[in-house]
Ligand binder design. Structure first.
Ligand code: NAI
Ligand code: BGC
Length: 270
């Protein structure tokens, strides 16, 4: 292939957790479009993972699917081992898997708290730690000028916007914010970039209750100055760019992709 035709992530391999639907699916497809080999991790929805795989292969990129619960150390190890087995060195991890289990604080059971923290925070930690160990152990050329791996957390606007009725979820995302920054600080000298993308309201299964019903969508749109709900591709495109060399000087940063949700829109009415 002529060098000018090379895609931004040609020759690289990515893992996307929870890539059988929503944002994970769009991110995996965007990384494939950018030329990367992709490992699509899924937990329950194998049909969704197969759909992601088919769409990536249609583009001409290589893809495997691997079942695994990101909250379980053994499963995370398996996801990385299978990816290395299929493609060799790994260059990009997108920590996307996440769940909500909403309940008023006083009604929330320990199990409802634990399940969300386990998947969103422990799952992100386990995958990110395994990615860092993997990047450092690979034979990738090491030099003061060359990035050896990229980790992207899919956090949320709720890593800074408090969210009553969902303390488990917003605590998990707030935790991710400082996990990301501390990891970025620790790993920058070893040429590993660590960042977050924090989406606002994006049309996926996780928030169907907020956009399927027209009255609820109207309420939601009041919180979005840019006056539209986000599409999964809005996040996919940013993830592919953030993983590319174009973003080489970015580490320890959160990119809010939220149509202005974090701008305190109700203040515009005063
Ligand atoms: P989704 O429900 O379509 O996707 C969540 C994915 O995570 C699913 O594919 C699910 O199977 C997977 N998953 C759940 N538990 C898992 C586990 N233990 N191990 C592996 N995979 C697991 O919803 P969406 O919106 O695509 O969510 C993706 C991420 O984006 C989540 O971390 C969510 O918190 C975050 N997010 C979503 C926003 C939105 O408005 N849709 C806004 C901000 C953040
Ligand atoms: C939540 C969605 C919500 C969005 C904006 C996300 O973190 O998962 O349910 O629509 O934040 O509030």
């Amino acid at each position: 292939m002529n060098k000018t035709n090379q895609l931004p992530l040609s020759g690289q391999t990515s893992i996307v957790t929870g890539a059988s639907s929503g944002l994970g699916q769009a991110i995996a497809i965007s990384l494939g479009k950018a030329g990367s080999n992709v490992c699509v991790n899924f937990h329950g929805n194998e049909d969704g993972a197969k759909e992601t795989q088919a769409r990536i292969e249609e583009i001409g990129a290589k893809c495997i699917i691997v079942k695994g619960d990101v909250g379980k150390p053994k499963d995370v190890a398996k996801i990385f081992e299978k990816t290395t087995g299929a493609f060799g060195d790994i260059h990009i991890l997108v920590n996307n898997a996440g769940i909500q289990e909403d309940k008023p604080l006083v009604d929330m059971s320990y199990e409802e708290w634990d399940k969300v923290i386990q998947t969103n925070l422990y799952g992100s930690f386990l995958s990110a730690q395994t990615a860092a160990k993997t990047f450092l152990s690979q034979n990738t050329e090491k030099s003061p000028d060359k990035c050896i791996g990229k980790i992207i957390f899919i956090s949320s606007v709720h890593d800074i916007i408090p969210w009553g009725g969902r303390v488990n979820y917003s605590a998990s995302k707030g935790g991710i914010k400082n996990l990301m920054k501390s990891m970025a600080q620790e790993l920058a000298p070893q040429k590993i970039r660590v960042n977050s993308i924090s989406p606002g309201a994006i049309k996926t299964p996780i928030n169907e209750d907020q956009w399927k019903d027209e009255a609820n969508l109207k309420v939601l749109l009041k919180k979005i100055p840019y006056a539209r709900i986000g599409e999964p591709e809005d996040i996919g495109k940013v993830a592919a760019w953030l993983a590319s060399e174009e973003a080489d000087y970015i580490t320890g940063t959160t990119i809010y992709v939220d149509g202005g949700m974090t701008l305190y829109p109700s203040f515009a009415e005063d």
